[in-house]
Each structure stands twice: as structure tokens, then as C-alpha cells.
Write a protein of this length. Structure first.
Length: 485
């Protein structure tokens, strides 16, 4: 597999700025240990060989005492003879973090690496890998997965320790077993594996250093004032002035009463106040200072004590002023409550009477609207009746005229039928030699009379047999309010 070059942390100069102190004796022990482990560099396995070649120590490599818990954790994680000073296995172009101690162990084709970051640097180290590889999880922990020359690499962290598993094909069971070993090794050795505790600003070697502070509280004695809860004091009912409906003249609204202003509640009594107190960072972020055998930032305890005392005084002074202001506001609130309750009672009585008058107005308006609708309906019915009667009278006249016409026609037909007709047999036959012109020809047969245009019997319109439309009785006007005379 091909990796990037290892990243080295610069050495620190004691006294120049807050720093992590390292032991010169420990340096000698590590050098001796590296000499004993030198044959491991010649392992024939390609993955182990690549890791060994990238692990050559340099003079500026931070030294971790051999008795530091980080050393035993690294040994437990790699679960094999370690090859120390290994680089984080990353593809070319990916800048990796700089561990203070690291090692890899070979398990056949699988390489397991453990990389200890400075105190509080675990999360920062993983964040630096976000642009490299792909995201995945290992036993719930966020991890990064890479494809490198010869296989795969998976990296995740617990506390300040990054772990890598490199193999031609990474097996999930190997990842789970490695994570279990890591968690077991950290138990009792790491101050906190929680991500929130991995605050790099607490470590001067990680940049953006901020002096350590802890949250504390100051308190005051309760005033003894019994202030009711804000929810227990009623709010004035909202009231919109009603509008007198058209056609309604009263009754009049009651005499106006001003709406009371609810006193401003003082809120909860301030009995405590939180503040940040300068302190000596004895434990350290992440797995803590002791995990790598380091010490915290060098500070002046006396100066820290003076700053803490000043912060406490300032917080107490601010709380005392806040509490005194609250007591004054609470007293004013309690003094205003009786008058407010009296005004509130008058307002609520007024609001009730206004709503009753408005309801009376609406009842009258509804009755008036019902009456006006009934008047309109009856007028429509009267109009319909008048139209019906006019149409019926016209139809009656038309019918009577048709009946008369049919009667006249029938009489004419009967008269025509009773008229005498000449008998053809009684008509004399003229002599052959007689003059035809001397005998008058018979007259034409009269045509029967034409029936009326509408036919007979006379057609009768349907309206003559229909009932007239109903008309409701005249509605009674509603009883509306009238002023007393």
C-alpha cells in the first residue's frame, strides 16, 4: 500500500509558552526500545514493510514515557509485536495528523495501527480526514475508509487514539474485535473518551489555545417575598366595541370603564448566578495529560487564584444587584395587585354587560331580518298570484270566444244540412229537338261551412283548471327595543 509521509509534531521549548513537558530519561528508554525492535523493520509482509519504512524516528518526534498509559494501550490495540513510529496510513495527497506515539502490528496480511494524539486531539485528528476517503461507522463510531495501493484502510477514533485496520479486504469482524480491544485498553487509563471532552483549545500544542475555565455558581439568601405565579393573576378580557345593527335603536351600551393595565411580573427570584472561573487544568482534555505522560499548560497558580477570586467577587456583586432589583420590582408588583384586582373586577362586569347588550342587538337584528324576509316573500307571492289571475282571465276569455265560435259553426252546419236539395230524378229531360238554351242548368251545390281555426270542441287552457298560488298571511313586525317615554 502507498501512504503519505508521516507528519511530525515540532518539539517544544520549556518556558517559552504553555507546553507539554517530556522526560529526558524517557527518551533514552524509547531509543533503547527502538533498538530492540529494529528487526521488525525487515518483515517480508508488504504492508508491514511499508509501515516500517515510514516509521524512521526523527529528532523532533515527541517522546512519550514508556510507563505512560498510552504505551500499554498501543500494545493492546496492535495485539502483536509493535513497529513503533508508524505513520497514519493515508493515500497520497491526504494530509494526516501527527501522533505523539504510534505503532503497527502485523497479523498476516492485516496491519493494525494505533496512533495516539496529543491530549484533546482525537476529534481534531478525525476532522482532518474528512476530505479523504469515504465515511462509514465502526461499532457506532464515525470512521473513514480509503482505497490504497494493495487494499483498503479503515480509520476511527476512541478518545485521543486513532486506530487503523489495513488489509487487502477489510473484514467487519476484525474491525469489531479491534474496537473492543481499544475500548477495553482505554478503560481506567483514558480520562474521557467522550467527544465533547476532546476540546483542542485546552492544549497549547493544538492551536487556538484558551486558558482553562470551569463553571461555578454564586448564591444569595431568598428575600422571603411571596410573589404569586404570573399565570395565577388573570388578564383583562379583550373586548371589541360592538356596532349597532341597522334598524336597531338600542338598548344603549353601559358607561365605559377603562381597561386595567396588568402589573409587570418580576419573574423568578434570582438566587444563583453561573460564571466561568479561571482554573488550573489538572486533568486535561480527552484522555488527559497523564495518558501520554505530559503535564498541563504552565500557569502561575497564584495568578489563577487571584483571577478566580476577582471573577467570584464580580459574579457575587452582579447577583446581589440583580437580586436587589428583583426585590424592588417584586415589592412594587405586590403593592399594585390589590388595586389591579379591583379595576379588573369592574372591567369584567362592564365587559359582561357589553356582551349582553350586543347579544340583545343581534337578537333584534335577526328578528328584523326574518320579518323583512317574510315581507319580501309574501310580496313575491302576491305578484305571482296577480300574474296567475291575469293569465287565467285571458285564457277564460279566449276559451269562451272559442266555445261561441264552435256553437255558431255547429248551428251553420245544422242549418245547411236542413236546407232542401233538388231531386235529380224529378228534373225533366229536354226534347231532342228542343233548344238546350231554353232550359236553365241546375245550380251549384253549396259548400259546407268551415270550422273555427282552433277546431271544435273549443280547446281549454290548463290554467283554467289549476289552483291559484298560495299567499302567506301578512307577517307580524318584531318587537324591537324602544326608549322609555
Amino acid at each position: 500500500m502507498s501512504y503519505t509521509n508521516p507528519q511530525r509534531a515540532p518539539s517544544e521549548t520549556a518556558g517559552a509558552k504553555p507546553t507539554l513537558l517530556l522526560s529526558a530519561v524517557s527518551l533514552l528508554l524509547i531509543v533503547a526500545l527502538l533498538a530492540l525492535l529494529a528487526p521488525d523493520v525487515m518483515r517480508p509482509d508488504p504492508l508491514a514493510k511499508d509501515a516500517a519504512q515510514s516509521a524512521a524516528p526523527t529528532p523532533d518526534t515527541p517522546i512519550v514515557p514508556t510507563q505512560a498509559p498510552a504505551i500499554s494501550v498501543v500494545r493492546a490495540v496492535v495485539d502483536a509485536d509493535p513497529v513503533w513510529a508508524a505513520a497514519v496510513p493515508l493515500p497520497f495527497g491526504c494530509q494526516g495528523p501527527a501522533p505523539v506515539v504510534s505503532a503497527v502490528g502485523s497479523h498476516g496480511a492485516v496491519l493494525i495501527g494505533a496512533f495516539v494524539m496529543p491530549a484533546g486531539g482525537g476529534r481534531q485528528a478525525m476532522d482532518s480526514l474528512r476530505s479523504c476517503g469515504h465515511q462509514r461507522t465502526v461499532a457506532g463510531a464515525q470512521a473513514r475508509s480509503f482505497s490504497v495501493d494493495g487494499g483498503q484502510v479503515v480509520i476511527w477514533s476512541r478518545g485521543d487514539v486513532l486506530v487503523s485496520v489495513s488489509a487487502p479486504a477489510v473484514d467487519a469482524a476484525v474491525l469489531a474485535a479491534t474496537d473492543t480491544r481499544l475500548l477495553g485498553a482505554l478503560e481506567g487509563q483514558c480520562a474521557s473518551a467522550d467527544i465533547a471532552a476532546q476540546d483542542p483549545t485546552r492544549n497549547p500544542t493544538l492551536g487556538q489555545y484558551t486558558p482553562w475555565r470551569i463553571e461555578q455558581q454564586v448564591a444569595v439568601v431568598a428575600s422571603g417575598l411571596e410573589v404569586p405565579e404570573a399565570e395565577s393573576v388573570a388578564t383583562p378580557t379583550e373586548l371589541d366595541a360592538p356596532t349597532l345593527p341597522a334598524g336597531v335603536t338600542g338598548p344603549p351600551l353601559p358607561e365605559a370603564v377603562p381597561a386595567p393595565q396588568r402589573p409587570e411580573h418580576p419573574g423568578e427570584q434570582p438566587l444563583t448566578r453561573s460564571y466561568w472561573l479561571p482554573a488550573v487544568d489538572e486533568l486535561g482534555p480527552g484522555c488527559g495529560w497523564a495518558f501520554t505522560g505530559a503535564t498541563g499548560p504552565q500557569v502561575d497558580p497564584a495568578a489563577v487564584s487571584r483571577q478566580a477570586a476577582a471573577a467570584t467577587r464580580d459574579a457575587q456583586t452582579a447577583l446581589d444587584a440583580e437580586h436587589a432589583e428583583w426585590a424592588q420590582a417584586a415589592t412594587s408588583y405586590l403593592d399594585a395587585l390589590p388595586g389591579y384586582q379591583e379595576q379588573l373586577s369592574a372591567w369584567e362586569a362592564y365587559a359582561t354587560e357589553v356582551r349582553e347588550v350586543a347579544a340583545h342587538w343581534q337578537d333584534q337584528a335577526k328578528s328584523l331580518a326574518t320579518y323583512q324576509a317574510a315581507v319580501t316573500t309574501r310580496q313575491t307571492q302576491l305578484d305571482q298570484l296577480a300574474s296567475f289571475e291575469a293569465d287565467r282571465d285571458a285564457a277564460q276569455k279566449t276559451y269562451e270566444a272559442a266555445v261561441l265560435a264552435c256553437t255558431t259553426w255547429q248551428q251553420e252546419v245544422e242549418t245547411e244540412q236542413r236546407a232542401p236539395r233538388p231531386d235529380p230524378e224529378s228534373t225533366p229531360t229536354p226534347e231532342p229537338d228542343a233548344d238546350p238554351s231554353a232550359t236553365p242548368p241546375p245550380g251549384p251545390t253549396p259548400a259546407p261551412p268551415e270550422p273555427p281555426l282552433g277546431g271544435c270542441p273549443a280547446p281549454r287552457s290548463a290554467i283554467l283548471d289549476q289552483a291559484a298560488p298560495a299567499v302567506a298571511p301578512e307577517p307580524t313586525p318584531p318587537m324591537l327595543w324602544e326608549p322609555e317615554s
